[in-house]
Write a protein that binds this ligand. Structure first.
Ligand SMILES: [Zn+2]
Length: 662
């Protein structure tokens, strides 16, 4: 689920490190607490559990809690903030009320309809109108077949001020709708010369070949227009509208998606014509990015279809930059399977603006990113038409990313000069160091050695230095992605849970199942709240989702159901609905309880959660005491010992209370 993905992508140490100056001590980090005033650090961040705790003011939690508290955000906003950072899409409809929702849906439907009508009109223009002769000639000159014209619904916008507008206004659309749909501009703003005074709007697209842009489901959401002749700009896309978001749309994705799955590859080209021609010649796994750069939002959509991304961007200098940019985005956006995110270096913090994705390649990134090699100076559509076999070969033999770097990073360097040689090694060794497969790594070392005629052994030594730096970075970081919560294994009796698994992992899983059960109980019977809130608070939850649900349920209860004008469903962010369902399922799978039984279970759950949390703090404190002891830090040691005693006191209180309950 989305929270887990975010947590796997954002390192709590790194995030907190942006705000608090952290000092590494053993496996944890410490600093001055941002939430209370102190002179000696009692604020600790634990990389292994991805949690933080201040033993001074007793605040603590995970990355979500930190962001919420530090920026004063509600969970919903913290979720949006972190999702954006992690490049994860979060759709949250629950924040709008149903009426607004209906209104927006109605407006969108109307925009779709006006786009659809515009498409038909543009298309008819291209096929039949006399003034479209130049456009038809252009289509032919680019080798676009009449079948493609039909399939892609290509069209023509005449070089007149209000031909489309007057047609659409005649169809009953309002001027406002045309402007909002990105089909017209307001006469009062912007260009105004040489227009007739017939209406308040004029055509957005004029004298252009029109490429309709569709969403994944094939619905027209906008248009791209290529100027005929010397019109400027050469390419004009629909403005941002309620339907059209330039940075997330991929041209032809609706027609490519099946082929992408089938071929298990997506080829990204830059131009509309490139994509049309690629499809026309049967390589339908091709899409074009609209605008110049590939963004995380593009990749988000693609990774549902394939993990093999081939970039076929312009071979010129600007294209190389775009390619590089595309790679960065792709690396950022795919899930990292082995090591979730780049790490804070032992020598200091990764600077804010350092590229993120560059830390780990291939094996770590859950995707294969490669680069299509085409003859210099030729666009994909030209290559396809000139020599399809060349294109087909390039598609099936793209250059792996590392090899691409070998080409890109050596461009312009003189490999015979000593300076050039050392520069190449300096640029490429970090890239080679990213490859975790040893055999592959050795092969690239050999390649580099040959390239700059240097002894392989000295390169290996140099690489070892690079790797040592990287290993230091890895220390103190969990080897796997964020712990997943078991979905099955729902508790069967009050002596649950008893799933398989070992150590930390198991105890965490158990804890999360108890949290689900408690949330389930509270959902079923909000009246249990007062029995529970005397024992635990938000901070005792290990799950981000369960913690927020507890927070919501508790605040609803405290405000009183009757006085609240928002229902529970409206208060729960969409991202948590799955957790609600899971918690309900957890209750349903157990025999029903009467009122007293529910109270008993809720109290037992809360007590267990409190106890588990205290035990966790106890473990962390003991670790910190040992650390301080080894460092000879007497002051810290005394403080920590004191806090340890406090934890023990609380544990005893809990235990005796449990004893009394029988
Ligand atoms: Zn504090």
């Amino acid at each position: 689920m989305v929270i887990d993905i975010i947590k796997a992508k954002i390192d709590v140490v790194e995030e907190i490190g942006l705000v608090v100056t952290l000092q590494k001590s053993g496996k944890s980090f410490k600093g001055l607490c941002p939430f209370h005033n102190e002179r000696t650090p009692s604020f600790h961040v634990f990389a292994e559990s991805q949690t933080w705790h201040c033993f001074g003011c007793n605040e603590g939690g995970d990355v979500f809690t930190f962001v919420q508290k530090q920026q004063g955000l509600e969970f919903r906003d913290a979720l949006l903030y972190l999702a954006e950072k992690a490049g994860v899409l979060v759709e949250d409809h629950s924040s709008r009320n149903p009426e607004e929702e209906r209104e927006i849906t109605a407006v969108k439907d109307r925009l779709r309809k006006v786009n659809e009508d515009a498409l038909l009109w543009f298309h008819q223009m291209l096929l039949r109108s006399r003034e479209a002769a130049e456009a038809r000639a252009y289509v032919q000159s680019r080798g676009i077949s009449s079948d493609s014209v039909i399939t892609f619904g290509l069209g023509y916008a005449p070089d007149r001020w209000d031909s489309l507008c007057s047609y659409l206004l005649g169809q009953g659309y309002t001027e406002r709708e045309l402007i909002n749909g990105g089909l017209a501009r307001d006469r009062t703003s912007g260009e105004s010369e040489g227009q007739e005074k017939s209406s308040g709007v004029y055509d957005y697209f004029r004298g252009r070949l029109i490429f309709p842009i569709r969403d994944m489901r094939g619905r027209v959401i906008g248009f791209g227009g290529r100027a005929l002749g010397d019109g400027q700009p050469k390419y004009l896309n629909s403005p941002q509208t309620l339907l059209f978001e330039k940075n997330s749309v991929l041209y032809a994705l609706d027609m490519a998606k099946d082929a992408i799955k089938l071929a298990n590859q997506v080829v990204i080209v830059e131009g509309y014509v490139d994509a049309v021609i690629a499809h026309q010649y049967g390589t339908k796994q091709t899409v074009a990015c609209i605008g110049s750069a590939i963004t995380a939002k593009h990749i988000q959509q693609l990774k549902k279809l394939t993990k093999q991304v081939t970039l076929a961007l312009d071979p010129d200098a600007a294209g190389a930059t775009a390619t590089e940019h595309g790679i960065q985005e792709a690396l950022k956006s795919f899930d990292h399977t082995v090591v979730p995110v780049p790490l804070a270096a032992a020598s200091g913090w990764r600077k804010r603006n350092e590229p993120r994705g560059m830390i780990r390649l291939e094996e770590q990134v859950d995707a294969e990113i490669n680069v299509l090699q085409l003859p210099a100076g030729e666009d994909p559509d030209e290559v396809i038409r000139r020599d399809f076999s060349l294109w087909a070969y390039a598609m099936s033999h793209p250059l792996p990313l590392v090899d691409y770097y070998f080409v890109a990073k050596t461009a312009g360097l003189n490999l015979r000069e000593p300076n050039g040689k050392s520069e190449v090694a300096r640029r490429l060794l970090p890239v080679i160091g990213m490859i975790s497969d040893r055999v592959k790594r050795d092969a690239y070392i050999r390649k580099l050695a040959t390239m700059i005629t240097i002894d392989e052994r000295s390169l290996h030594e140099e690489l070892q230095r690079v790797l040592r730096g990287q290993r230091a970075e890895e220390a103190g970081f969990p080897g796997a992605a964020a712990p997943r919560r078991g979905t099955g294994g729902v508790p069967q009796s009050s002596s649950f849970p008893s799933p398989e698994g070992t150590g930390l992992d198991r105890s965490r899983r158990n804890r999360l199942q108890w949290e689900d059960y408690l949330i389930g109980l509270l959902l079923q019977n909000p009246g249990l709240s007062p029995y529970v809130c005397g024992i635990i608070n938000d901070g005792d939850f290990a799950g981000t989702d369960t913690r927020e649900l507890y927070h919501i349920l508790n605040s609803i209860y405290q405000r009183g159901f009757s006085s609240s004008n928002q229902s529970f469903e409206q208060l729960v962010p969409s991202a948590l609905l799955a957790t609600v369902a899971r918690a309900q399922q957890c209750i349903e799978s157990r025999p029903p309880r009467d009122g007293a039984g529910q109270v008993r279970d809720a109290v037992q759950c809360a007590t267990r959660l409190k106890r588990t949390h205290l035990l966790q703090l106890n473990t962390e404190l003991k670790y910190l005491v040992r650390e301080a002891e080894e460092a000879g830090d007497v002051v810290s040691m005394q403080q920590l010992q004191h806090q340890l005693l406090e934890i023990h006191r609380q544990l005893r209180t809990i235990d005796s209370a449990t004893h009394l309950q029988g």
